[in-house]
Write a protein that binds this ligand. Structure first.
Ligand code: PGA
Length: 245
């Protein structure tokens, strides 16, 4: 079976709503290989204009976070129902910046994954170890804990993003060997939990994926896409990554 890829741009807290439509229109002008599904995860404020701009496009929309309730007195939060209404398809959950800066726990992340699925959103669960954890030889234990806690009682309609924290925004990409080793480990965990679908769940690599290293990473057996931060804000770089498959 031909390998299919998922490439998602994580814009983080960059671009205003008015800047975002120009950027999206520029991205949409590039040709994307048939075996690649392309997605963009802009800030919440940009979802509405981008949803309109992408109306007739094959590019899908993702959010960067959500709260785990349909609605309610949760000042400052965004609900899965609101995302659904804007044709959002994916939602990034448990990004390392959410875990470290906003102190999101494995328990909260589990709730978010569960509620995202309840609203037919596909969670992109982010996992990954810090440099200290890797130096202490704990990378697999950490990732296993992040995955097993988040996936309790969850269906296979999800995506995993392995993002070693030491590679995010640092320009220090994991080597293809290190990345594949962790992706293979994650693949086995998924196959244990989902004997039928574990093989086909997307496992994205994230952490300084760029046009000059994407092809080699994406060629690895268990890497089927990327979660792209800074390079996704430069249309020609983002599309060079998609075209490198
Ligand atoms: P980066 O970010 O590509 O800028 O390293 C990736 C991410 O945080 O998802």
């Amino acid at each position: 079976m031909e390998k299919k890829y998922l490439i998602i741009g994580n814009w983080k807290m960059y671009k205003t709503p008015s800047q975002s439509t120009d950027l999206v229109n520029e991205i949409a002008q590039f040709k994307c290989p048939d075996k690649v599904k392309l997605g963009i995860s802009p800030p919440f404020t940009n979802l509405c204009p981008i949803s309109k701009a992408l109306k007739n496009s094959s590019i899908v929309l993702g959010a960067q976070n959500m709260y785990c309730a349909k609605e309610g007195a949760f000042t400052g939060e965004i609900s899965p129902q609101m995302l659904q209404d804007l044709n959002v398809h994916y939602v990034i959950i448990g990004h390392s910046e959410r875990r470290s800066i906003f102190k999101e726990s494995n328990a909260l992340i589990h709730q978010k994954v569960k509620v995202a699925q309840d609203f037919q959103l596909i969670p992109i669960l982010c996992v990954g170890e810090t440099l200290e954890e890797r130096q202490a030889g704990q990378e697999k234990a950490i990732v296993e804990e992040q995955i097993s806690s988040a996936l309790e009682g969850i269906s296979s309609a999800l995506v995993i993003a392995y993002e070693p924290v030491w590679a995010i925004g640092t320009g220090q990409t994991a080597t293809p060997e290190i990345a594949q080793e962790m992706h293979g480990f994650i693949r086995n965990l998924l196959k244990e939990q989902f004997p039928k679908d574990g093989e086909s769940i997307h496992i994205l690599y994230g952490g300084s994926m760029k046009p000059n290293n994407a092809a080699e990473l994406l060629r690895q057996a268990d890497i089927s896409g990327g979660l792209i931060g800074s390079a996704s804000l430069v249309p020609k770089d983002f599309m060079a990554i998609a075209q490198s498959v």
